[in-house]
Design a protein around this ligand. Structure first.
Ligand code: NAI
Length: 301
């Protein structure tokens, strides 16, 4: 589905991104395998993971090149895109997948933990996307696939930095979709559920925890790739500004914020009126303070 297209996948040295790179190559794309080779917390760097995936692709007859620049730096992000141009002569798709975690309850979160996560996810997605934009604009084609998360779209404990970054990415994607529609450039998000090292640190001390983790292992990282390949292909040329989720064999279209209820008072509102009339009417439609697992209450299929 992607014969001769050139795709940049960030964070493609492991987890979901590695499966993206392998699937894109298997469908005929030439792949820039970008990965800093860092820890889940974003500490340290290694050229090994990106090169290993390139070797895997080449061993099956595919075309790929390694890039070990960080997405979290404006100049380095431009080098990632330039690797595609210098090696393969063009760029057709950017997959913003690189990510780290620095989980901490909000009241304890340091400014370093906040900045590190915003830098990789939100700033990194902007930097790499923006670096590719002039090429997409001049060739009148191109596409972006960004990884968001239900931690941002719904909610999670101890992830203020990550949730804010991931919801920010949903806004970034919609803005790119609007701003670049006239150049036939598309932008969509995927919220994945997958058993990777990122969620692999969940404790397995009790039988209940072990059973939960066994079910989570059903959410294979390779199950996310078919949707990304499809979104990058010409078969998806009408699809832009959407947010999808993937969990094992389930695909979801996620909602986007719209007004769901309104109240009106001809003479305007006082705080007292809001307390007595406005809020009681709106309250029926309030959202509970729920987390992803309160919404996705059934096991992965
Ligand atoms: P992972 O930790 O296995 O892979 C992330 C990769 O990004 C690593 O190989 C790492 O070296 C690379 N990376 C980190 N910082 C980088 C930087 N500055 N520049 C370039 N590469 C960098 O994690 P996983 O699970 O495969 O996550 C992939 C994406 O999916 C992330 O954006 C994550 O937030 C998102 N996601 C994953 C979920 C899951 O259930 N695994 C749930 C929701 C979202």
């Amino acid at each position: 589905m992607l014969q001769d297209k050139v795709v940049v996948v960030t964070g493609a040295g492991g987890g979901i991104g590695r499966d993206f790179a392998l699937a894109f190559a298997a469908h005929g794309a030439k792949v820039v395998v970008n990965d800093l080779g860092t820890s889940v917390a974003g500490e340290g760097a290694s050229a090994g993971p990106a090169q290993k995936v390139v070797d895997e692709i080449k061993a099956t007859g595919g075309e790929a090149v390694a890039s070990t620049d960080s997405v979290a730096d404006w100049e380095a992000a431009h080098r990632i895109v330039k690797t595609a141009i210098d090696t393969f002569g063009r760029i057709d798709c950017v997959v913003n997948n690189a990510g780290i975690l620095r989980d901490r309850f909000f009241f304890n979160m340091s400014v370093e933990e906040w900045r590190a996560v915003i830098d990789v996810h939100l700033n990194g997605s902007f930097y790499v996307s923006r670096a590719a934009a002039p090429y997409f604009k001049s060739q009148n084609s191109g596409c972006y696939v960004h990884m968001t998360s239900t931690s941002g779209l719904i909610g999670n404990l101890g992830q203020a930095n990550y949730s804010a970054a991931k919801l920010g990415i949903a806004g970034l994607s919609k803005s790119i979709a609007l701003d670049m529609a006239k150049y036939k450039v598309r932008s969509n998000c995927i919220a994945p559920f997958a058993w990777s090292r990122m969620i692999g640190s969940i404790p397995t001390e009790t039988p209940e925890q072990q059973a939960r983790v066994e079910k989570m292992k059903l959410m294979e990282t390779a199950k996310i790739a078919p949707l990304a390949v499809y979104l990058a292909s010409d078969a998806a040329q009408e699809i832009s500004g959407q947010i999808f989720a993937v969990r094992a064999n389930e695909l979801f279209l996620m909602s986007q914020s719209r007004p769901i209820r309104s109240v009106h008072r001809a003479g305007g509102w006082t705080p007292q009126d809001i307390a007595e009339h406005g809020m009681p009417a709106l309250r029926q439609s309030f959202f509970p303070l729920d987390r992803t697992q309160d919404v996705f209450t059934w096991d992965p299929l």
